[in-house]
Design a binder for this molecule. Structure first.
Ligand SMILES: Nc1ncnc2c1ncn2[C@@H]1O[C@H](COP(=O)(O)OP(=O)(O)O)[C@@H](O)[C@H]1O
Ligand SMILES: O=P(O)(O)OC[C@H]1O[C@](O)(COP(=O)(O)O)[C@@H](O)[C@@H]1O
Length: 332
């Protein structure tokens, strides 16, 4: 179990790279100052007293799935039979604070960076791409040294979609477009081939904008780089329309998704209200997580029942969904 002062560790390359002052030191980062490596952020977490506490079952199932994925061929954990202690992933109480440092470890003039977007779409992907390109350029990374990988991880080795060069000019205004200008994809990624290209192209830092899959891929790339003595920093940028990434309170794009979902809910309400015995049925994003559905439904105030993956329900019987819908119909 982690101790009271333990900190969530991220691997870094400080032992192989030379320390140098940030180019922003002379003007104190435009007056914004710098973040100390000793600054800490508390990780929000929940400790359930027992499996009977509300929400504990979903947490246990999530932990079991994580454990199952990690166990691989060792077989699945039966979360119904396992204890909370067996299933929970102990986290240290602290993480390090993000932000500009006064000491950096890459010489911007000789740095090559790459950006890849993976998985499902999420509002704000282009803002993140533009933000990275603008900030890297401000640090002094030369024009021509920032690569955009096309259509997810496989863009590293797909001969038909070679990487593109990203500049301040080419990303100007992209935040006003939906989707991702780089393209994205799901499905298998060949980590060995990716690391081969990182080495061949001399990529010093790779930014992976992805969900749980993309971040698992980023972790696999980082491990392979370390094994192969390829000195590339791999940075995972959490992206999830569903807001289902552990450790962060809210992901970019989630609020937009909730706002947009309400338009569909309100339209369905109008439609259903105009028909005799009308029922509106809206399917929202979030195959494995109900945050969008719940928050959009509550905010819109026009929804009678929300079905989410985290909560089991039954259709029939006196306490089933059908009986409830009948009550609502009679009420109207
Ligand atoms: N455990 C893993 N190891 C390596 N790569 C992975 C892993 N899980 C997913 N990926 C890769 O990450 C990419 C994005 O994953 P996906 O689950 O589709 O989306 P998201 O990043 O939104 O969760 C896919 O190309 C997939 O091959
Ligand atoms: O069309 P599919 O394969 O069901 O995927 C839809 C799912 O992908 C998402 O858009 C995002 O999922 P990821 O975070 O795994 O990319 C979910 O909100 C949605 O439920």
């Amino acid at each position: 179990m982690p101790g009271a002062d333990d900190v969530l560790e991220c691997p870094d390359l400080r032992h192989v790279l030379a320390a140098r002052p940030s180019p922003f030191v002379p003007h104190n980062n435009f007056g914004g100052g710098f973040v100390s490596d000793a600054d800490r952020v508390a990780l929000t977490s929940m400790r359930f007293a027992s499996g009977m506490s509300a929400g504990a079952a979903a947490q246990m199932q999530l932990a079991a799935e994580t454990e199952t994925a990690a166990a691989g061929s060792r077989g699945a954990v039966n979360w119904m039979e396992a204890s909370l202690e067996q299933l929970s992933t102990p986290l240290p109480p602290w993480s390090i604070r993000a932000g500009a440092r006064d000491t950096i470890y890459h010489d911007p003039k000789h740095t090559t960076a790459a950006i890849v977007t993976c998985g499902g779409l999420c509002p704000g992907l282009n803002d993140v791409v533009a933000g990275l390109v603008n900030k890297l350029t401000d640090y002094g990374v030369p024009e021509g040294n920032i690569l955009g990988i096309r259509y997810g991880f496989r863009g590293f080795y797909d001969k038909t979609h070679k990487p593109i060069v990203l500049t301040k000019k080419s990303v100007d205004g992209i935040q006003l477009q939906g989707g991702t200008i780089l393209g994205t994809s799901r499905g298998g990624a060949n980590i060995k081939e990716i690391v081969k290209r990182i080495d061949m192209w001399g990529v010093d830092m790779l930014f992976v904008v992805g969900g749980n899959g993309g971040n698992a891929g980023a972790s696999a790339i980082q491990q392979k780089c370390a094994e192969s003595d390829v000195a590339c920093n791999v940075i995972g940028i959490p992206k999830s329309i569903d807001n289902d990434i552990l450790l962060i309170d809210k992901c970019f794009g989630f609020d937009t998704a909730v706002e947009e979902a309400q338009r569909a809910l309100l339209a369905a309400k109008v439609e259903a209200s105009s028909a005799r015995n009308g029922i509106g049925l809206v399917k929202l994003m979030g195959r494995q997580s109900g945050f969008i559905a719940v928050q959009a439904s509550m905010a819109s105030g026009v929804v009678d029942a929300v079905l989410i993956p985290e909560v089991q329900f039954k259709l029939d019987g006196p306490t089933g969904l059908m009986a409830y819908l009948e009550q609502v119909r009679c009420r109207d």
